[in-house]
Design a protein around this ligand. Sequence first.
Ligand SMILES: C[S@@+](CC[C@H](N)C(=O)[O-])C[C@H]1O[C@@H](n2cnc3c(N)ncnc32)[C@H](O)[C@@H]1O
Length: 372
Amino acid sequence: MEKLYLFVLGRDPELSIIEIESFLQSKNINYEILDTNKNIAAIKLSQFETSFVDYLGGTIKVGEVISNTNKLDEIEENLELSELYKGTKNKINYYISGFSTDLTSFVEDFLKDYFKKIKLKALYRKETTPSSIIKKEILKEGLDLIIYKNFIARTIAVSNLIELKQRDIQRPSVDYMKSISLRLAKILINLSKIKENETLLDPFCGSGSILQEAMLNNINVIGIDKDKESIKQSSDNLEWLKENYPIKANYRLFNLDSRKMSSVVSKVDAVVTEPYLGPYIRKLPNIEEAKSLIFDLTNLYSSIIKQSSEILGKGKRLIIIIPRLKTVEGKTLYIDIRSLVEQNKFYLVYEPVIYAYSKSKIIREICVLEKH
Ligand SMILES: C[S@@+](CC[C@H](N)C(=O)[O-])C[C@H]1O[C@@H](n2cnc3c(N)ncnc32)[C@H](O)[C@@H]1O
């Protein structure tokens, strides 16, 4: 049966939406995105499991819609019927977060009366964080409502950022200067539409953030890096992961220049990577320096895209981050990704999506390529 859900999106909503779409497509779940803004997506789904938020890097929480009308008497009726508190305590906390809606104060008043009527001591807070929802077990012993326009939803799944943070800190070996966040790693993996038991390649694996998050989804992984130390870091992290999580997937690591990757890999189901994006930039380059860097990077990416095309079958994806370089003169230089895509039998599934770390001097573009 189809139901309506509100997805509360993370910092990069455009990316979160295409991640959700790819994820649902890979699971063959029918969906229709009814409405979105920069915080929320209202999505009709043929199937939903609360574990989905643990896979999605760009979704903060998901609520099941219990009312979708602007008629106040109908809202009251919908809320009455939806058995708002299912726990056993006589004192609870409840939260409401409203987005682009003028229903919040109406629902606040309704809940005050409702809890009085059912004789439950209920403490109201306007907003909360995903971590405190988890710490205080609000989904079991409280209530969290999301209101977007006329949609009122009860939160049923929250991203466990505490667990993610712990994994990030506890893994034995990370170079934060080089590595992407685990949240972004998850997003990139989902964009690739890879499924359990398939094989993912990261040809610039660094300390293995993408590899580890893929293995947690029972995806077999291959990592390549030309830096011996990075391969050692990946190896330490993946061994630690296997010891600490119930993982069936396998990994293989190669200390190699990825321009030679087809000498060790003949077929994979997805290539997902943040490649070398140029040297660490303290101050902006001038236009000549930037042009020379763009030239070198284009050669490197050309080789990677060409070889990825050889090892990926029809319909399989290459997810690659490419930089845009800002210069001291105020210009921005681009890699000509479109011609590399066309020359190598790929097409761009989406317009490249910008992902900018606030402090970073380079702008990252996330490109989703699919093989013709
Ligand atoms: C941006 S980091 C990748 C970070 C990784 N995604 C992570 O989260 O840990 C780029 C990596 O590419 C490696 N690298 C640079 N040029 C390479 C090449 N030609 N072949 C293979 N690896 C290369 C570097 O050693 C570095 O570890």
